[in-house]
Design a protein around this ligand. Structure first.
Ligand code: ATP
Ligand code: ZN
Length: 298
């Protein structure tokens, strides 16, 4: 039995559900009750640390956890101000997508950030942005309810996380510039190429398989033999479709694993090109589907 692998995830908040689901879909069984700080997997050599998201980059950088799941926004902010944060993002996880953006009250005349006061929980990233764009402005670090600051006279505008924009709208704020896009990422203390523990690599491959499967669809349809070429061209991200003869003459079934989303528009185009009985099915797991890296040689 190899050494136990420790994975740090957010205990409660926006990242929790998706992080937990990723682990469970990857075959790691565990239970949490919202209070526990450590959950031991019942079927794998894995321990799950349940912590605040802000603690995840440092736990991974220090090696307390081998892997962690955190927003790119948090990793990027902490990396700007703390040299000890050496953790690297090794896999984009596709959930908790949002952007860090500037917003101002909807009645504000503000046209540029020059000499303005900006309230934010991301002072490091905002500072870097201002420096890069040679803008002189004041930054006020606020930990919560940043969206209220323009109304209590603390700031002219804010720089905060936005996903749907509903919070901004509810507070009469409008976005005017985006600073960075963010999503949840898997982090490790070193680059993927330098990970030597084979068990960790196998686990990362499983995560990758679950992420890729989430976007992939298995498509099955029937078509005339003379439209095979056109139809295969329309299948998004399909590697090598399977063509199966049907009992009816000049008819085939085409089966393909599509690595990109299959929209209604795609299905309608397939139909226009002579496809019938088009089925699009979810894919649960994919192994060695699209590896981002190869394991280091022993
Ligand atoms: P904790 O108690 O763990 O410190 P938190 O309050 O800092 O939690 P959450 O609000 O749960 O954090 O957000 C966690 C992450 O979810 C953010 O860092 C960001 O990556 C992502 N996220 C996605 N959409 C949004 C959004 N609209 N507002 C805030 N965060 C978002
Ligand atoms: Zn936090």
């Amino acid at each position: 039995m190899g050494k136990r692998i420790t994975i740090a995830i957010q205990r409660k908040g926006r990242l929790f559900e998706n992080s937990k689901n990723l682990l469970i879909k990857s075959g790691i069984n565990f239970t949490t009750n919202g209070e526990k700080l450590l959950a031991r997997s019942s079927n794998m050599n894995v321990d799950i640390l349940l912590v605040r998201d802000d603690d995840i980059p440092s736990l991974v950088s220090k090696g307390v956890a081998d892997l962690g799941i955190v927003g790119q926004n948090v990793l990027a902010e902490q990396s700007t101000s703390n040299r000890k944060i050496t953790a690297k993002a090794i896999l984009d996880l596709g959930f908790s997508k949002c952007r860090l953006a500037f917003a101002k009250p909807s009645n504000s005349k503000l046209r540029s950030l020059k000499n303005k006061t900006i309230a934010t929980s991301y002072p490091g990233l905002v500072k870097n942005y201002l420096r890069k764009n040679s803008i002189n402005a004041e930054i006020i670090k606020i930990n919560g309810s940043v969206e209220l600051t323009p109304y209590i006279g603390i700031a002219d505008c804010i720089c905060d996380l936005i996903s749907s924009g509903a919070t901004l709208e509810a507070n009469n704020l409008i976005e005017f510039k985006s600073l960075m896009n963010s999503e949840a990422v898997l982090i490790s203390s070193s680059n993927i190429k330098n990970i030597s523990d084979i068990n960790i690599i196998e686990l990362v491959k499983r995560f990758e398989g679950v992420i890729n499967a989430a976007e992939s669809k298995y498509v099955m349809l029937n078509a005339d033999t003379n439209s095979i070429k056109q139809i295969c061209k329309l299948l998004p991200g399909a590697d090598s479709p399977t063509i199966i003869p049907l009992q009816q003459k000049n008819k085939v079934a085409i089966h393909a694993l599509c690595s990109e989303p299959v929209f209604w528009e795609t299905m309608e185009k397939l139909k226009q090109n002579g496809a019938s009985s088009i089925l699009v099915m979810p894919v649960e797991k994919i192994l060695n589907y699209c590896l981002l890296y190869t394991s280091p040689s022993p």
